[in-house]
Each structure stands twice: as structure tokens, then as C-alpha cells.
Design a protein around this ligand. Structure first.
Ligand SMILES: NC(=O)c1ccc[n+]([C@@H]2O[C@H](COP(=O)([O-])OP(=O)(O)OC[C@H]3O[C@@H](n4cnc5c(N)ncnc54)[C@H](O)[C@@H]3O)[C@@H](O)[C@H]2O)c1
Length: 317
């Protein structure tokens, strides 16, 4: 069984990917400092507790398990926090990635799949957004992800480490058999916040209803976490066979407005959700939708679970 090191495997997308990897016959080794992840989410392979900035700890794990490739999820992820404390984002995300790449090089591991984000594009000049869109992030979180993409390119050129950077749009939903779920603290994502409001009968803050969209609320492209997981396995296998490094969008190519998601959540939960219109959040573009054809074509990847109702239903379940 091939060992794959999963940094951030105790987190939301990492844990779902570990399950998918195990089902596909791999042995996922989670390497996580548990700063935001959960021990109970690591069920499909060993957990090694450590920080990606600690090269000795990483090196020990690579010595313990003969590792075929790395999937790199570990990151700080809260945009507003990155604005307040950019240095900790640069340290964790950029220095962490640098440390990981150096240790990979020492151990001759030359395949990495990296969690990037649509935040590398900044305000979209066109929608849907193609991979060739200018890269102009508008917050430190997006900047650190762009720096990591640049590092990956340098390590490909100088050390032959091949990569696929997957630029996710909005990850959402949960494992269809309810073995895993989204557990961010603090939670900043729309669907878990809506479901919490429904469950606890608390008001839901809708940030801005005067955007340039048909119903005035922001439009986003939601992709089910199990579809993201399968894209990582496809990327891994593609890289092992083709060694062609690149950046790919992961989305569905279809956007939903916050109001459409809210109405769908009311229907699926059969609960009343009391919305409170709040101020716009800084740096929220009107619409962010992926041009997702490249990943579909290159990886032969086709989202199966990303219908909005299924996303909300699995999260609610
Ligand atoms: N959730 C989304 O919608 C979304 C969208 C775009 C990109 N991403 C990217 O996907 C990846 C996973 O996101 P997620 O939602 O699963 O986040 P998450 O916070 O649930 O998972 C991140 C994991 O990384 C671990 N971690 C953080 N810093 C670490 C370090 N220095 N050393 C070791 N472990 C560390 C955390 O403990 C956590 O388990 C991140 O890189 C994120 O930037 C997520």
C-alpha cells in the first residue's frame, strides 16, 4: 500500500481526503499540529502530531514511512485573521511550505498536491475565472497562497519536484455517510453558519444585499468536499504518470447567490431562518465562479456530489 503524507489531514478537507485515499487503496499518514484540526477526524491512517515548520519532525516521519507523495492542506485559513496578523500567516503558510519542500527534497519525494484557493485572483476582471486570470490577491491569506504557488514553481525548476496547485472555490458539504463533517472554529463559511442559525433558532447575518447580482447578494461557486477529495487523488495519479506541474481551478462553473443558498437551506432543514441584513464585509467581490473545464479535462474529474441541495443535505445530516 502506498504511503501518502497528508499535512493538515485532521482538518475539514484533509480528513475527507484521507477517507477517499484509504478507499482508493492508499495509506494516508496525517501530519498535523492540531491547531485547527481534530484527532477524532483521523480515522483512516496514522496521525503524526507535528508542525510543518519543524523540519526535524517532518524528516522523522519521512524516515518512518516510505512516502510516495505529499498532499499539502496544512494552513491557516481565516481571511479576516490574516488581515489582523499577516505575519503569522506568512510564517505558518509560506515558511511552513518552504520547510516541507526542503524536507521533501532531502528525502527525494518529488510529487506534491497543494491546496490553493480562488483568493489568489483577487477581484475578478471576468467571470467565470480562468486559471490565466491575473493573480492579484487582496488579503494576506491569498498572498501567502500565491507565494506558495511561486515556491512550488521554483522547486519544480530547480529540484524537479512536480506539483499540482488546486485553486478551490467554496468547499462545502460533508461526508455522505456522516462519518466526518465541517468543524471550523471560528466558523466563517456560509453553509455551516446558516445551518447553525437554523438549528439554534438564532439570527443569520447576511453581509450585504446591494451587490451587482440579480438578487443583490454575493454569488459563489460551491464544490462538495468529497468531489474535492477525489480531485486530489486524480491529481496525485496524474502527477505520478505525467509529471506535468500546473495550477487548476476546482469548482463547478455554476454560482449560487447567498439568497439562493438561504432559501435552499430553509427548504432542506424545514426550519425558519431569520436573516439580519448586515454591513458588507470588506473585500467580498460580487461574484466568484470558476471556469472549471481544465481540471475536468486534464484530470478526467467530474464533480458528482456538488448539486447545491446535496451539499446542504449532507452538511445538515
Ligand atoms: N475550506 C475552504 O473553503 C477552502 C477554500 C480554498 C482553499 N482552502 C484550503 O484548503 C486547505 C484545507 O482547508 P480546511 O478548510 O480543511 O482547513 P482546516 O483548518 O480544517 O484544516 C487545516 C489543517 O491544517 C492544520 N495545520 C495548520 N497549520 C499547521 C502547521 N503549521 N503544521 C501542521 N498542521 C497545521 C490544522 O490543524 C488543520 O487540521 C487549506 O490549505 C485552505 O487554505 C480551503
Amino acid at each position: 500500500m502506498k504511503n501518502i503524507l497528508i499535512t493538515g489531514g485532521a482538518g475539514y478537507i484533509g480528513s475527507h481526503t484521507c477517507k477517499a485515499l484509504a478507499q482508493a487503496g492508499y495509506n494516508p499518514i496525517t501530519f498535523d499540529n492540531l491547531s485547527a484540526g481534530h484527532k477524532h477526524a483521523v480515522k483512516w491512517g496514522p496521525l503524526e502530531i507535528g508542525d510543518i515548520r519543524d523540519s526535524e519532525a517532518l524528516s522523522k516521519v519521512f524516515k518512518k514511512y516510505k512516502t510516495e507523495a505529499v498532499i499539502h492542506f496544512a494552513s491557516k485559513i481565516v481571511v479576516s485573521e490574516s488581515v489582523r496578523e499577516p505575519e503569522s500567516y506568512y510564517d505558518n503558510n509560506v515558511n511552513g511550505t518552504l520547510s516541507l519542500l526542503n524536507v521533501m527534497q532531502t528525502h527525494s519525494i518529488n510529487v506534491i498536491v497543494f491546496s490553493s484557493t480562488a483568493a489568489v485572483y483577487g477581484y475578478p476582471e471576468t467571470n467565470p475565472i480562468e486559471e490565466s486570470h491575473p493573480l492579484l490577491p487582496i488579503n494576506p491569506y491569498g498572498e501567502t497562497k500565491l507565494k506558495c504557488e511561486e515556491l512550488l514553481e521554483k522547486y519544480r525548476d530547480t529540484h524537479g519536484i512536480n506539483y499540482i496547485a488546486l485553486r478551490y472555490f467554496n468547499a462545502a458539504g460533508a461526508d455522505p455517510t456522516s462519518e466526518l463533517r465541517e468543524e471550523h472554529e471560528p466558523e466563517t463559511h456560509l453553509i455551516p453558519l446558516l445551518l447553525k442559525a437554523a438549528k439554534e433558532n438564532k439570527p443569520f447575518s447576511l453581509f450585504g444585499n446591494d451587490y451587482k447580482t440579480p438578487d443583490g447578494t454575493c454569488i459563489r461557486d460551491y464544490i462538495h468536499v468529497t468531489d474535492l477529495a477525489s480531485a486530489h487523488i486524480k491529481s496525485l495519479e496524474y502527477l505520478i504518470n505525467n509529471q506535468r506541474s500546473q495550477c487548476l481551478n476546482l469548482g463547478t462553473g455554476k454560482g449560487y447567490s447567498v439568497r439562493e443558498v438561504l432559501e435552499a437551506a430553509k427548504k432542506i432543514t424545514s426550519k425558519k431562518i431569520n436573516e439580519v441584513i448586515s454591513e458588507r464585509r470588506e473585500g467580498d467581490p460580487d461574484s466568484l465562479v470558476a471556469k472549471a473545464d481544465a481540471a475536468q479535462k486534464i484530470l478526467d474529474w467530474h464533480p458528482q456530489q456538488s448539486d447545491l441541495h446535496n451539499i446542504i443535505r449532507t452538511a445538515w445530516q
